[in-house]
Write a protein that binds this ligand. Sequence first.
Ligand SMILES: [Zn+2]
Ligand SMILES: [Zn+2]
Length: 319
Amino acid sequence: MIRLSLTSIISLIVLFSFGQVKTDKDSSSINAPFIKVTLLGTGTPQPIMERFGPSILVQAGSENLLFDAGRGCLQRLRQINISYDKITALFLTHLHSDHIVGLPDLWLTGWLVSGRTIPLNVYGPMGTNNMVENLQKAYVYDIHIRIEDDHAPADGYKLLVQEIQEGEIYNKNGVRVIAIEVDHFPVKPAFGYRIEYKGHSVVLSGDTRFSKNLIKYAAGTDLLIHEVVISPDSVIQSDPNYHIVAHHTTPEQAARVFNEVKPKLAAYSHIANPYRRNEQVLLKLTKESYSGPLILGEDLMSFSIRDTVSVSNWKTDRK
Ligand SMILES: [Zn+2]
Ligand SMILES: [Zn+2]
């Protein structure tokens, strides 16, 4: 009951901040005449049911672009009726396992159940090629038997990797994807992404500490989806979770990012909560120094970017 009422409160805030909330019952549509962003998983390595591993679907025109393949991304795609054969490309922010552990399931089960006939293009940092080559070796038995016994389409399992650097890495059917180098030290390189379509855009921070480069590339964006870590009021270096806080962005730092970028809407995803604090504290701490529109992301929450940004909550829309 508490959860429901919180969701209602969020909906009211959205209604107030961004105009009329549209209920997007069209999640299953493949062609989006605007940018539609769906948070498939908003979590971290923690194996919790409420927040699956990090993965975000961005739909624009005929493109269905997937960013990261965290735990459960295939199930989340099924929940919104997007099958694997409709994914046009996969982009990885970095190779921490929480961002790629869903890849074997997405790729192999997705191929099997969707009957995908063409390879999937995968864009990622240096090391992606090596990771994918070794995954293909690890699953070679299954790949052979699915083709021979299940008659799975022979090209549908293939992953075509392109290792990327900062800048425009994708430009198809009116959709541009720009890779942004962010600061997830010691993971280097790690990328965020800016996706543009018909004069609108969304920026995904990926995993990062406070990043000036992200601010630069996020200028003028409609929607900024940013990672965050909920830390205690003070954290000392001997704390076993110190490195988690040090590798991510605190709400106070995120507020600085939002104040500089001034997106139409900012949303938190990849919510690291090593101290298991009440998540609502995130909004409170951010709003102490940022007064713009802000929302706490949930799995399957979606955003439609037209001249305004509207938010839809999958769970409440289906009641
Ligand atoms: Zn992560
Ligand atoms: Zn990471």
